[in-house]
Design a protein around this ligand. Structure first.
Ligand code: BGC
Length: 261
């Protein structure tokens, strides 16, 4: 536990499932106040709130479309109304869909870019506005992916959104560093969440993916949440503009693991 996190407030976008819920839970165990944003899964968000409170924190679920300026404004306003201030903003909401690029519809391109990249810009914008207006130290954590670095055939929209996120985060980390606002990415690898749980329920597909990971296993959402807690804490007080990969080594060119090449 990080003592300084107690009583601090965090907004977690896409908090109704997967890595978002795991972060919300971890922040609950840190006795933080957590605003659980969701788009359509109100049940998942209510369950996340219950988990946060069971863990010792306070939670509230807020519906908002983070792909729209009015959505992130609503999220900020509600967070301030419930908890009075904000310390940490986690842009976690993300979506993906598989399609060969020559068949990828413009709608699917826009849908993924809107949530994964524009949503991070909009969330960061209101958080930065709030931190600067109030001269507060601030902390923004963006959920990226190993695919901000590794190309991913069949997911050009997703990889483009995460590649964009890398330079977006580095740029705003540089722009706001002197104001004591830290901005970092987390780059999860293959993690067992609803975005891909079907895939990992099948032992063959599990093994296929595990072979692409030097640690030879799929990660758990809690292992990503631990990175978020560290980045939110003062233990990382001199860390900004990085991507902290939580990937069992997936970014290490595992095709070389048998010494061939
Ligand atoms: C994706 C997962 C995928 C993992 C590794 C993540 O960003 O959301 O579906 O398994 O990258 O390829």
């Amino acid at each position: 536990m990080y003592k300084e996190l107690e009583g601090k407030t965090a907004v977690v976008t896409g908090g109704s499932k997967g890595i978002g819920t795991a972060i919300a839970k971890r922040f609950g165990t840190e006795h933080m106040n957590v605003v659980v944003n969701y788009f359509s899964d109100s049940k998942g968000a209510e369950e996340a709130v219950r988990i946060i409170e069971e863990a010792g924190g306070k939670g509230v679920a807020v519906q908002a479309n983070i792909g729209e300026e009015s959505g992130v404004k609503k999220l900020l306003d509600q967070a301030l109304e419930f908890f009075g201030s904000i310390d940490v903003w986690v842009n976690n909401a993300g979506v993906e869909n598989r399609s060969a690029t020559h068949e990828l519809s413009l709608d699917d391109w826009n849908r993924i870019i809107t949530t994964n990249l524009t949503g991070v810009f909009l969330g960061s914008k209101v958080a930065l506005q709030y931190f600067t207006d109030n001269e507060r130290k601030g902390n923004i954590i963006n959920m990226s992916s190993v695919h901000e670095q590794i190309p991913w055939p069949g997911f050009a929209n997703y990889a483009a959104s995460k590649g964009g996120l890398k330079l977006f985060t580095e740029t705003i980390a540089m722009e706001y560093g002197k104001r004591n606002i830290r901005v970092n990415n987390i780059g999860p690898g293959a993690i067992n969440t609803p975005i891909n749980s079907d895939k990992f329920l099948d032992p063959l597909q599990y093994e296929e993916t595990a072979r692409m990971v030097p640690m030879h296993r799929i990660g758990k959402p809690e292992e990503v949440a631990a990175a978020a807690a560290w980045l939110a804490s003062d233990e990382s007080s001199y860390v900004t503009g990085i991507t902290l990969f939580v990937d069992g080594g997936m970014t290490l060119y595992p095709a070389f693991q048998d010494g061939k090449g």
